[in-house]
Structures are given as C-alpha cells and as structure tokens.
Design a protein around this ligand. Structure first.
Ligand code: NAD
Ligand code: UFG
Length: 337
C-alpha cells in the first residue's frame, strides 16, 4: 500500500517524503511543479537512497489524479498541494479559491471513488485569525482575514462535512504554525520565488549578502520587545507530525484537528539574533511600518498533538536557524534553474 503525497516536491512535502521513505513507507508524489522543481526528487534520493514515484500532474485535473489511483494502491493521502502566499491570494482570489478548493474537491472525489478515505490535510494557524489569547487551543474561534486563509478554513469545513456524510473517513487536520529550517544535510530547504515574503528566508538572504538588511515590520506590538511573536517550527519536526497523523488515521475514523507548533513564541528580533548566532556575524535590520494584517502574537498550545498523536517538536530555534543557514549557504540560489 502506498501513500499519495500531493505537493510532495514543495517545501514541507519534500521533507515529509524524506521522513516517510526513511521510515520505509511507500510514497507516490503528485505535483504540478507550479511552485517547486523536479530536481527536488534527486535531493530526496541523495538523502534517502530511494527515488519516490513521481507524477507531474494537477489536482485541478481529475484524470491526473485518477491515473495515480489506477496505477498504484493508495490507502492514504497527505494533501499539501495548494497555493500559499497571503498577498498573492488578495490580488488573485479566484485563482486561490479555484486551485485550493476545487483541487481538494477533485482529490476527495477520486479518493472516495477508489475507497481511499484517509487524509492528512495541511491547514494553518491562519484559521485562528487574531486569537483572543495565546497559547492557542484547537477549540478557539475560527476566522480569516484573506482569501488564502479562507481556502484553508473552507477546506477544513468541507472535510468535516465529508465525514458527516460518510463515517468511514479518517481526517486529520494539521494546523501548522510557522515552518522554517531545512534538512540538516543542506540538500533540501525553502526556495521561495522572487523576494521572500516570510521572515526566515529573508533573514537568511540578508545573512549571506543577497539583501542589505531585514525590514522589521513594526516594533509597537503588544509583545516583550514590540516586534511580532510567532511559533516557529522546524520543518523536519513538522514532517514527522504527518507520520504520526497517518498512524492515527489507520486506527480511527473521524475528523481531528491538531496544532502543530512548539508552544514557544519568538519575536522578529529573537529570530534575527538566533540567526546571527548561527552564522557568527551581525545581521542588519531596520524598523519600518507594520505590515497590514499582521497580528501581535501567535503561538500554539500543542498539547493535543502530544496526547493524541504522541508527537512533539524536538528541535529548538538554534537548530532551526543553523539548518536554514546551512541550506542558504550551500544553495544561494535555492534549487537553481
Ligand atoms: P510549497 O508551495 O512549497 O508546496 C506546495 C506544492 O504544491 C508545490 O510543490 C506546488 O507545485 C504544488 N501545487 C500547488 N498547486 C497544485 C496543483 N493544483 N496541483 C498539483 N500540485 C500543486 O508550499 P509548502 O510551504 O510546502 O506548503 C505545503 C502546504 O502547507 C500548503 O497547502 C500550504 O498552504 C500549507 N501551509 C504552509 C505554511 C508555510 O508557512 N509554509 C504554513 C501553513 C500551512
Ligand atoms: N516579518 C518582518 N519582516 C519580514 C517578514 C516578516 O518583520 O520581512 C515579521 C512579520 O511582521 C511577523 C513575523 O515576521 O511578525 C513572521 O512573518 P512571516 O511572514 O514569516 O509569517 P506569518 O506569521 O505572517 O505567516 C505565516 C505564513 C502564513 C500562515 C501563518 C500562520 O506565511 O501563510 O504563518 O501559519 F498562515
């Protein structure tokens, strides 16, 4: 039996595929490469000694999904495929709704047809909107502030409704906090197109001379040093949560939501200082205006994931920055062309 990993050549997907292969699980990837590169497969092979089966295809195309199910014995799916840039989703909402929601509906339809009813879905802490307090529990009220977040929330609801209609489904909804870091080999990491929107890849580029300084978006938040606080999680820790979720899905049916974070919040300045430690030199920054839509603090209560899945994060912020720095140093142009 094989696990279908949609979006398996992307940042989180590729790290998850490595953990799955290292655990001797059979993996099939479906990705249209709209935000990832084919050479990721070679990196996966270099790390694990195994080449995962790969289909270049689109979840918007039912035939592409069907082909994978026809040719393989898929018993569960980890569903990463989706568009993820908040700003882009505001500019191009129809593209985001179509890709993320229609794509997921297509996938679930094909899964149902082939009697494959186990899915682990990549949701996001963004579904908590501006949380009433921190740490955030899974039962906090849900709201969103942009089309990207709305697609995550809608998909969560769609999956819940699928379970209501058919109690054979096992649905694990993982709400990721802020994934950063890279594989410790330096062979795989985050490879954003153009200028990164997220803090970590930006800091990494400043640290290795691609940009002059980090723009710190506001220092008047209600946080200890005034800069935004987030729950950064090492991508390999995050990847491992998917293996635990798959194991759980094989045992129980239902819909379950899990926060996947460390439970510790770090400010923008904490991150810059941790990265300075990782690279051994100063990183320039300038305080500038707040970024619209940003919140003060966001960090998880990850207790449920520990109690129910037996998962918890093991890597701290220093390791996250060390691995991200190693990746950036060895791959200044990401995966290249
Ligand atoms: P990513 O862009 O690196 O990976 C997503 C992959 O999906 C890419 O390889 C892309 O080519 C593929 N894809 C997109 N649309 C597709 C389609 N229609 N058909 C087939 N493949 C398609 O992103 P990531 O950071 O690895 O994120 C993976 C998932 O986790 C996404 O669903 C994202 O929304 C979610 N998530 C990410 C973060 C984060 O900060 N990285 C946080 C919370 C949730
Ligand atoms: N920040 C800066 N300068 C930058 C980039 C970011 O100061 O150049 C600050 C932000 O203001 C925020 C913190 O760094 O305080 C983290 O920002 P990111 O953009 O790295 O991450 P966000 O928390 O804004 O958003 C991320 C993902 C979303 C996801 C959310 C919750 O990008 O898709 O985490 O999981 F929804």
């Amino acid at each position: 039996m094989a696990i279908l990993v949609t979006g398996g050549t992307g940042f989180i997907g590729s790290h998850t595929v490595v953990q799955l292969l290292n655990d001797n699980r059979e993996v099939v990837i479906l990705d249209n490469l709209c935000n990832s590169k084919l050479c990721v497969l070679d990196r996966i092979k270099e790390i694990t000694g195994k080449m995962p089966k790969f289909y270049q295809g689109d979840i918007l195309n039912i035939e592409d999904i069907e082909k994978v199910f026809k040719e393989n014995n898929i018993d569960s799916v980890i569903h990463f495929a989706g568009l993820k840039a908040v700003g882009e989703s505001v500019a191009k909402p129809m593209w985001y709704y179509h890709n993320n929601i229609t794509g997921t509906l297509n996938l679930c339809n094909v899964m149902s047809k082939y009697n494959c009813k186990r899915i682990v879905f990549s949701s996001s802490a963004t579904v908590y909107g501006k949380p009433q307090s921190v740490p955030i529990n899974e039962d906090f009220p849900l709201s969103t502030t942009n089309p990207y977040g709305e697609t995550k929330l809608m998909i969560e609801r769609i999956l819940s409704d699928i379970y209501v209609s058919d109690k054979d489904w096992s649905i694990s909804i993982l709400r990721y906090f802020n994934p950063i870091g890279a594989h410790e080999s330096g062979l795989m990491g985050e490879d954003p197109k153009g200028i990164p929107n997220n803090l970590l890849p930006y800091v990494a580029r400043v640290a290795f001379g691609k940009y002059d300084h980090v723009n710190v978006f506001g220092n008047d938040y209600a946080t200890p040093d005034g800069t935004g606080v987030r729950d950064y999680i090492h991508v390999v820790d995050l990847a491992n949560a998917h293996l635990k979720a798959l194991d759980r899905a094989a045992k129980v049916t239902g819909v379950e939501h899990f926060n996947i974070g460390t439970g510790v919040g770090y400010s923008v300045l904490d991150i810059i200082h941790a990265f300075e430690k990782a690279v051994g030199h100063e990183i320039k920054y300038e305080i500038c205006e707040r970024r619209p839509g940003d919140i003060d603090e966001c960090y998880a209560n990850p207790k449920k994931a520990y109690e129910v899945l037996g998962w918890k994060a093991v890597y701290g912020i220093d390791k996250m920055c060390l691995d991200a720095a190693n990746w950036q140093k060895k791959n200044p142009n990401g995966y290249g062309d």
